[in-house]
Design a protein around this ligand. Structure first.
Ligand code: DQA
Length: 144
């Protein structure tokens, strides 16, 4: 199984960015932990992509032919990007939205997700564990 993991703006700053909200683990370590965890689930191949630019994320989604699933943390674009939502909807593959924090417990402007409607599910609020839970959920959806 081939899974693409996309992280949006400022996720490259994890470790030092608002650690009281997002934790102290870097994105690189989150990705390593996800690879380790995936070994308990089967033979899974990953590609990891992070960008601070909306258009680059759209380009990457459009180029995702050949993957079985997408895990995406669109970060702040969650709350603004019809373009990313449309790109996900244009794909055959299943996508799951993931957040470290629980946007529903935060500022009102974070309570709207444009991208969630393009995804089969959303996992939010479990810190770095959100990515592992998302992988588990995504594999279940792919194997349905
Ligand atoms: C986030 C939540 C977003 O509201 C925020 O803009 C982020 C991170 C999360 O993972 O909790 O950058 O997607």
């Amino acid at each position: 199984m081939k899974i693409l993991v996309i992280n949006g703006p400022n996720i490259n700053m994890l470790g030092t960015r608002e650690p009281e909200i997002y934790g102290k683990t870097t994105l690189e370590d989150i990705n390593k932990e996800l690879v380790e965890y995936s070994k308990t689930l089967g033979d899974i191949e990953f590609d990891f992509f992070q960008s601070n630019h909306e258009g680059e994320i759209v380009d990457k989604i459009q180029a995702s032919k050949g993957y079985d699933g997408l895990i995406i943390n669109p970060a702040a674009y969650t709350h603004t990007s019809i373009a990313i939502a449309d790109a996900i909807k244009s794909l055959e593959l299943k996508a799951i939205e993931v957040h470290l924090s629980n946007p529903q417990q935060r500022e009102d402007y974070r309570k709207i997700s444009y991208t969630a409607s393009a995804c089969v599910g959303v996992i939010a609020g479990f810190g770095k564990e959100s990515y592992k839970l998302a992988l588990l959920g995504l594999i279940n959806k792919i194997n349905e």
